[in-house]
Design a protein around this ligand. Sequence first.
Ligand code: NAD
Length: 254
Amino acid sequence: MGSLAGRVAFISGGARGMGAAEAKLFVREGASVAIADILDDRGRALAAEIEQGGGKAMYVHVDVSLEADWIKAAAAVRERFGRIDILVNNAGINDRQTIMGTSPESWRKVMAVNVDGTLFGLRAIAPIMRDGGGGAVVNIASTAGYSGNSFAAYATSKWAVRGLTKCAALEFAPWRIRVNAICPGLVLSELNTGQPYIEPMAKATPLGRAGDVEDIAKLALFLVSDASDYITGQDHIIDGGFTAGLVLPSAPAK
Ligand SMILES: NC(=O)c1ccc[n+]([C@@H]2O[C@H](COP(=O)([O-])OP(=O)(O)OC[C@H]3O[C@@H](n4cnc5c(N)ncnc54)[C@H](O)[C@@H]3O)[C@@H](O)[C@H]2O)c1
């Protein structure tokens, strides 16, 4: 029996990247998964691949910035699987603009997907979890939500996700729903393929490499499983030590 046997997980942005890695890992641990995305072909293909492997999966089209999409998809998932125990608010975008380079439209788009999307996910799924006796939510923030950086809307949106996580943990604790945030550092995915910061950041990471999507999926699994059943309202940084501090050239490890 896997650690998620009998549970149903809803993963936004689940068609690729971290969301897809979480879908596959959760299925291996016994969960049924709903993969929600705007990449319909990839999402459907992943759900089919999981089903062909003997797992239970479905694809639902959800633009996370539209609350109506969430409500429709949540109802479809409850109809198919009967319950929802786990939500990963993972869908996210980055416009990579400075403050002076950010247009109002681009700012609104990043906020709509990263922040509104997280809010709408909570609003659509938490009542279904409550009806099933509780659940666990993981919101994917970022280490960009721990400091400033050159991407103004993205960093601001991820600070907001951390704040919303704490509000949700307080509000939903009486419904036996735990809510935590994961704050990844650099992770190799299609979000940042070819970006010039990958190599310098990987080199500056104490553990000597960028993260991969499976690193994040393993932490997500811990946070949605009973292994973390007294943890809620917290941020969990996973970055190979990048934010731990500076490695000074004069103090090498001996
Ligand atoms: N890759 C990194 O270095 C990194 C670091 C920290 C945090 N994150 C965060 O991790 C999460 C996953 O990112 P990833 O690296 O796997 O990137 P990714 O681009 O591979 O995956 C993001 C997924 O979200 C989906 N998505 C985008 N807009 C959507 C919308 N409006 N509605 C529904 N789905 C939508 C995409 O189609 C895609 O499947 C994001 O929230 C991202 O901000 C990524």
